[in-house]
Every structure is written in C-alpha cells, then in structure tokens.
Design a protein around this ligand. Structure first.
Ligand SMILES: [Zn+2]
Length: 423
C-alpha cells in the first residue's frame, strides 16, 4: 500500500461556498493559534501536551467561541494536529543541523487550507461530464474539480485538503491509499554496469552524469525579470487597495509559474533516467549539506537537488529502477580511476590526477565516483576493469535544460547510445 496525493484545480460552486470555505479555514487558523499559544508553548519542555490532549479541549473552546462550532469538528482536530506535525518537521531539521526556531503564530496569509480526515466529504466522479468531479465538503459546500487524472479504482480516500492558493485559485488534494501496479525492479545480479548511471549535482550545470551528459539549469531569467517588474509595480500601489490586491495576485501567479516549470523539469529528467537505466546513483546530499555549508547559491542548489531526489525516487518506483543514495564525501577530490585524493578549490574546473594521469572535467570525475560507489552499494558485479573504465570514455555533451522541458527526454537518449557504443 502506498499513500499518494492527487491534486486538482477546483472551482467553488458559488460565491457563498467560496466565502464559507475561506471563513472555515480562518477558524481553523484561530484554533491552531489558540492551541499553540495557550496550550502548547506555555507547557514546559519535555511535558508538551499531545494532540489528543489538546483536541479534548475543543468542546470547551467551542462553548467560549460559538462560531468555532460552525466548522466541521474533525477539521478543527486536524488543525490542532498540525502543531504536532510541525513540531516533528522542526525536530527533523534540527537533527540535520539546521538552526530552527519554534512554531509561530500564523497570520491569514500563512494559513490557507483545511483538512478533512476520513469523513465529512463526498467525492462524485460520475457526473456525466468529461474530466469533471464534484467534492461536497460538509459545512462548506460543493467544489467542481478539473478531473484530469482519475483516482485509482481500488483506492481508499484518507484525507482531502482544500486550499486557497496565494493566486486566489483553489486546489483540492485527495490523499489515497492504494496498491499500485508498479513493475518489479530488476534483480541486482541481472544488472550490468552499463545499465547504471551516476549523477552528480553539477556546479555550472544542474546535473552531470557518468555517461557524459551535462544538463543545464532551467533558464528562468524571463520569469525572474517579469517577477521583478510585477513586484516593482506592486510596491507603487497603495497597500491593501483593490489594485494592490490584484497586483499581489499577479506576483503570486509568476511565482506559481516558476514553481510549475521547475517541477516539470525535474519530473521529465527523472522520468528519462529511470526509464533508461536499471539503477540510478545519486549523492545523499543531506549529509553533504551539513558538512559543507558554504555560500547561499550552493545551498539553494542543494534544496533543488533534494527535491530532485524525491522526484527521482518516485519515478524509480513507477518505472522499476533502483535509486540509490551514496556517501557524498570526497566525490570531487577523489580520482575516479585510482582513488588518490587531490584537493580542488571550486574554480579548478578539471580533474588532473597527479598519481595516475587521469584527466576529466571536475563534475564528470565526481559523477564517475558516484557511479562506482553506487555499484558497490547496490552490489552490482563488474567483471572486467574498474567501473571507471566501463563508463569511459566519452566527452561531455551539454544538453540545454530548455530542450529537456520542451522535447521531454528524447534529446537525452542519444548520448546514452553513444556511451554504450564507445564504452
Ligand atoms: Zn588517479
């Protein structure tokens, strides 16, 4: 069984439904803030109330604040549970070495969704209209969904989140528990090293792989320019006015577009790698993030990389491909052929081994190290030569990110064939 969230664009059936939905979301926010500031934070460390303990106070709170009783009661419980959930996330971040504060009181712009857990909703996907479904939320009303992707037939709906995005658009995310029909991953003993690939987070490019591909970062310069323009225009409008509100949505729309493009890019790239190979090896950057916290650009790239690994793992399941995270320490310093370490400052673009004479682009040398670590971790046997000799030699073919997005993965296939022919 897996839990998958399906997201749909949604339209409220009427203005009144939209008004009630937003009002209920804000009530959930008030409950969240109340539980956080009056129950959770005042309790001493080590003796924080559980969410059940806080939930049990809901009937009392509803007596004090009558309008809280107008919201479907399970939703209020879920609002209280967000505290426990948020706390877990903070703990995980802290364990990874991040400097985290504590959970904060939320303002209306920071709290934009309501969660229906197990009950209080009705999903109807047999409306007789193509790509259309209706969700009826208890105490709120009906939302029409653009039902482009049907829910799995044997699935059980666990939860539904109704959210008003910053753009003003509504989305409905349906969390379903089901048994997916994923292909089995190939048995390790049947995997040939040629059917594996090591991918390194590139410095100049987004990724660099052991078959010699370099995929450029997505070019977002047009979107960034537009964003600056819209933000400048927002700053000239009177805060809170109708024009300001309209402009604020425009800014949110550009943000959303950029997020969508980045997601799309990662999905296409992940789809390509997991279809093309039996196993994909990547660096486990959680570890590296802690060890080398140098500079903002790098940190940003790592956040993108972490996201990419999540997407890659998901596509790995769908396409029957192993995705293995390997130890990242030393992948740039180590020589991929002989293993001797050479210190390299960031500006040194080539790896030039003083010990064995192996020469390669810096990122490619790193990708080859990821490749051999992956073979070892997964247990793929390579009969002749070192992994590096199996993967060598190919030049670097740079693939512009734009082509990945526009043409899907097709353009990426050619260097792969070339690699196996020459290698
Ligand atoms: Zn060497």
């Amino acid at each position: 069984m897996v839990e998958v969230s399906f997201q749909y664009h949604a339209e409220p059936a009427s203005e009144e439904v939209a008004r009630r939905a937003w009002s209920d979301i804000q009530t959930c926010r008030e409950v969240y803030n109340h539980a956080l500031t009056q129950e959770y934070h005042p309790a001493p460390d080590g003796d924080k109330p559980s969410y059940t303990a806080m939930q049990n106070k809901l009937p009392d709170w509803k007596r004090d604040w009558e309008q809280w009783g107008e919201v479907y009661s399970k939703c209020l419980q879920m609002a209280v549970r967000r505290i426990t959930h948020g706390e877990t996330v903070l703990k995980e971040l802290k364990a990874k070495g991040y400097d985290v504060g504590r959970l904060k009181w939320k303002n209306p712009r920071e709290y934009r969704s309501i969660t229906y857990n197990q009950s209080g909703f009705d999903v109807d996907s047999n409306t007789g209209r193509l790509d259309h479904a209706v969700v009826d939320f208890s105490k709120i009303g009906r939302f029409h969904l653009t039902y482009h992707r049907p829910l799995p037939e044997d699935g059980t709906i666990k939860q539904i989140h109704l959210k008003k995005q910053k753009t003003g658009a509504w989305t409905v995310s349906i969390v379903v528990d089901y048994n997916p029909d994923y292909p089995e991953k190939p048995a390790v003993e049947d995997i040939e090293p040629e059917d594996c690939v090591g991918i390194d987070l590139g410095i100049r490019s987004f990724v660099h792989d052991s078959d010699g591909r370099a995929v450029d970062r997505l070019d977002l310069s047009d979107d960034r320019e537009r964003l600056e323009r819209e933000q400048r225009s927002l700053s000239r409008k009177q805060h809170g006015s109708k024009n300001w509100e309209r402009q604020r949505r425009r800014v949110a729309e550009v943000h959303q577009r950029m997020t969508d493009r980045k997601d799309d890019f990662k999905h296409k790239l992940a789809h390509f790698y997991t279809l093309e190979y039996d196993a994909v090896f990547v660096e486990d950057l959680d570890v590296r993030g802690m060890l080398e916290a140098d500079g903002n650009a790098r940190t940003k790239a790592e956040v993108g990389w972490r996201d990419f690994i999540t997407v890659l793992t998901h596509h790995g399941k769908k396409n029957g491909c192993h995705v293995v995270e390997v130890e990242p320490v030393g992948t740039t310093k180590e020589c991929a052929r002989c293993g001797v370490e050479t210190a390299k400052p960031l500006w040194v673009r080539t790896h030039d081994c003083p010990s064995c004479g192996f020469e390669a682009d810096r990122d490619r040398n790193a990708a080859l190290n990821v490749f051999s670590r992956g073979l070892e971790d997964l247990g793929v046997v390579h009969s002749e030569g070192t992994p590096v000799e199996t993967a060598l030699p190919v030049g670097t073919d740079s693939v512009p990110a734009k082509r990945v997005v526009e043409a899907g993965s097709r353009c990426l296939k050619e260097p792969a064939k070339q690699a196996s022919r020459q290698g």
